[in-house]
Design a protein around this ligand. Sequence first.
Ligand SMILES: [Zn+2]
Length: 295
Amino acid sequence: MTSKWQTLLDTSPIILADGAMGTMLQAAGLAPGESPVIWNIEQPDRVRAVHRAYLEAGAQILITNTFVGSRFRLARHGWAARVAEVNRRGAELLREEIARAGVNALAAGDIGPSGELLTPLGALSFDDAVAGFEEQARALIEGGVDVIWAMTLADLEEARAIIEGVRRVSHDIPILVSMTFDTRGRTMMGVKPEDAARKLIEWGAAAIGGNCGNGPAEILEAIQKMRAVAPHAILIAKPNAGKPEIVEGKTIFPATPQVMAESAVALRDAGARIIGGCCGTTPAHIRAMRAALGL
Ligand SMILES: [Zn+2]
């Protein structure tokens, strides 16, 4: 049976992803310090509204509201025992909105970093990391996601732990992995795009690339470097709407839909195939990117 992922690849030379979830939920009233993933249970209609807006903007692959849904993150809010519930519900909310829209979009189960440092730098063992991500992946897959998308990663070992955790649940679900190259062309942990590309492909990632960070220019560079060492890889570019600035105590993302639309074309020309937005992007940005890409 051909998977929905393979069908999307076969039918779409360029794939439009969605935009931000977290900053959209903040705009919808999520309080500072409140975990967005808890809204899958407490404010499901606000999560649904974000998915719906991105579907209306033309996104073909959308992420679940589960970026901070691992036990490591939920423990900080006293919700560690509810990992299965919030992730499964997150998957269901997205699947239901895709079904309602009647389009062939994919539900990507979003797994973000643990927020902990792995040993020897930190206290989280590799095995415990794998177990935590396995738990999250199991709930997302039971909730019906089509692919897993691990994102905003800085540490390759953590990427490996996520891949291993997912593979304990499913031997064939496609795993997309995007890292954040926001520190002078490398991730915060010093990983270069070329090394990320080589390792992530070796570990079986279905698509690789960059997300979040300081905006499209930074990801463009990462895409070029990945392309050079991995000419056949499916590359992901999901940049923030520019470099965030603090204005009167509020975080502002400066890139307009028009700026992001122009960037989308540059990213495509550099070899990115899955293109969307991260923090600060909205359905208006995704709609403008879609138009500029001629989709
Ligand atoms: Zn982001």
